[in-house]
Design a protein around this ligand. Sequence first.
Ligand code: SAH
Length: 354
Amino acid sequence: MSALRQRIIEIIRQEGPINVERYMALALGDPQHGYYMTRDPLGASGDFTTSPEISQMFGELIGLWSADLWLRASQPSISLVELGPGRGTLMSDVLRATKAVTGFHDALQVTLVEMSPVLGAIQKQTLADAHPRIEWATTIATLPEKPTIILANEFFDALPIRQFQKRNQAWHECLIGTENDSLIFGLAQESMRMSGPGGSEGDILEYAPISETIMRDLARHLAQFGGAGLIIDYGYTQSGFGDTLQALKAHEFVNPLETPGEADLTVHVNFESLELATRESGARTHGPISQAELLDRLGIDTRVETLIRKASPQQANDIRKARERLMEPTSTGMGHLFKALAISGKEWPTPAGF
Ligand code: SAH
């Protein structure tokens, strides 16, 4: 049995069943055994692959998105922040693609928000020569107090959520308990009063308090200091019912309770709730639009052509395949399932693509 499963079973034996939020926080972020804290999960030999790992074009286009905003916002001294930077690939592509934009790198200060020491070390290697001013933070609490561009790809899907199920006309929180040496789902006996959500018997309702708090804080930061954010993730644009908790190991779905700390745990992001969380900040939101719409409007096809001109036939084939993967319009394809939401500070121009 995994060391973390043993530890979670002990916690439950001592304290009683835990909610999904606590379970996800332990499975992903436990300092000793948490999934992200102990490994590099990305790429073909890992558990899942992300857009920046599929193609350099993704980060390059986001780099140009960032530099374009900065140019149209009269080129202030600016902080460029990435949340959950993985291997540092996106930031590396962003910085390389913007090197030629006169003055942009001089105006920049880069902050990577990362909780994992393993991934932080990989980011330090990847970005060793990418920019003279890069610093790391473990939370967004200490972002520089100046105009800020915030990038987050597949960050919010890794943040813990709570789940509730409707039973006998009332909402009960989903809990995780033990049965012998296994972890099992159950429901809290007491019910919660919730106004509004409706729903029928058996429906699951997801609620992401941590994501909403982070979103509210980011929006306030942008409203106060200026700047813009680009959030890309898989998810849905209208609140609904359904269990989206999933676990991936070696690119296959596994039972989320089977191997905590050894499988990636994610949820689909509720973009409507993220957008609502920004409402009182004074910042504006744009979108969400699909990843395919965003990349199309930022000129992915021009980028494909430019890269192919210098490529071997094999490389040209790979570039076209990567484009197809990023843009795939099926319901589970990255072009459609992935959404992009932008936020901007009051006086800031509307970001490109929105
Ligand atoms: N953005 C990258 C990696 C996505 S994986 C890419 O697109 O390839 C999720 C990333 O978020 C990892 O770097 C993980 O360590 C980080 N992360 C997850 N939860 C976090 C949290 N609560 N605080 C800071 N970083 C977190």
